[in-house]
Design a binder for this molecule. Sequence first.
Ligand SMILES: NC(=O)c1ccc[n+]([C@@H]2O[C@H](COP(=O)([O-])OP(=O)(O)OC[C@H]3O[C@@H](n4cnc5c(N)ncnc54)[C@H](O)[C@@H]3O)[C@@H](O)[C@H]2O)c1
Length: 442
Amino acid sequence: MSTVTTPTESTTAALLAEKIISRRARVGVVGLGYVGLPLAVEFAKAGFDVTGIDLNQEKTDLVNRGVSYIGDIKTGDLAALVQAGKLEATTDFSVLLELDTVNIAVPTPLRKTKDPDMSYIDAACREIARYLHPGLLVILESTTYPGTTDELVLPMLSESGLKIGEDFFLCFSPERVDPGNPQYQTKNIPKVVGGVTAACTEVGALFYAQALEHVVPVSSTRVAEMVKLLENTFRMINIGLVNEIAIMCDGMGINVWEIIDAAATKPFGFMPFYPGPGLGGHCIPIDPFYLSWKTKQSGIEARFIELAGYINGQMPHFVVQKIQNALNEHAKPLKNSKVLVFGTSYKRDIDDVRESPALDVMLLLERHGAVVSYTDPHVPSIRLGNRQMKSVGEEEAAHADCVVIVTDHSSFDYAKLVERATLIVDSRNALKKFQSPKIVRL
Ligand SMILES: NC(=O)c1ccc[n+]([C@@H]2O[C@H](COP(=O)([O-])OP(=O)(O)OC[C@H]3O[C@@H](n4cnc5c(N)ncnc54)[C@H](O)[C@@H]3O)[C@@H](O)[C@H]2O)c1
């Protein structure tokens, strides 16, 4: 992009820029999960020698054997890069001594109290600080509250005595990857990057520009951190709004899906969001609370976030209530009824069950005495409370008192489902094309 320039002022920056442009820079990625592995693959594809670092030896062994454990990365692609010597993985952080760049993509969950859990960033940065050397570019990608890079990471790295913007470089670049999205992947999602100093931003933007299609430099790490929180808060609140509209429509006997489809015909000023069984995944239910936690320190309450969090959190209860009511209409109590859950991952066509509302729905159903089973082609087994459950076949729908569609995987045979089941609660409008008295929509 035209906004990406080559650093000229600091000698170290210029040397690093030259290494980046010539592909002699050795690239590191800390945390080889849904974000880190695709990033490592993209830089290896762009011609860099890439080393992934992860605490989990199972993952580093798989990478070194060229076996992918991330849906968006094909084993064939990974194996080719490993065989060509472009990508390797290790659990040993001392490799940082040989690296020129390091991206950090470790988890940022919430503690039980809904406060940010910074322990993963803290641990990864302590290791980086230990092996920090002149000419290293460090980029934090984990989603976090504004100020993390400046207030938490920079002091750790500065303990070395090396000077930021001159001896080493530090940026924040939010990760926007959307697992399972066939259209937008790491390479073609525009990459926002902000550095601690102007030289940091320049070298960070130059680095990404080698492997990714669009780079968007911004003026500071705080701006880059806040961009991600705006995006995810926007999504969380709009889903909260549409979930509340769904509850209202249910009370008034109006089909909320029809309303949204019709409203979406407005060519400006409206963007459709869809209701569902609740929020899931590692981002939308969590990230906004990083913002509300931080902003509370300045005496500002994030009221929209709290409210949307409450409404979204009610959705699994609402779905269970719908199941209970639907069974009651068939003169069956929920207690001892067989309920089969279709789909347990937090969204369509992926295998990630982190924060999935399906888990809440299943636990609530069990608490009401229902006999719960599930089917999910992407999730062969699942931990529910203290026990492990295995996915059953879709044909089990014929033996269930009620089927609930929690995740609308595209491989499900919905026509067969409508044929087999006696009662279906559809929380995703997966059965939009079907008309049957068996179907109860959200
Ligand atoms: N998954 C997504 O769709 C997505 C999208 C955008 C942003 N993010 C953000 O990206 C970050 C990473 O998310 P993810 O989904 O890739 O997580 P993940 O759990 O899939 O992967 C994180 C990896 O980091 C490793 N790890 C943990 N601590 C480590 C340490 N100290 N040193 C080295 N490795 C360590 C773990 O073993 C794991 O392999 C989070 O902040 C998340 O919010 C995720």
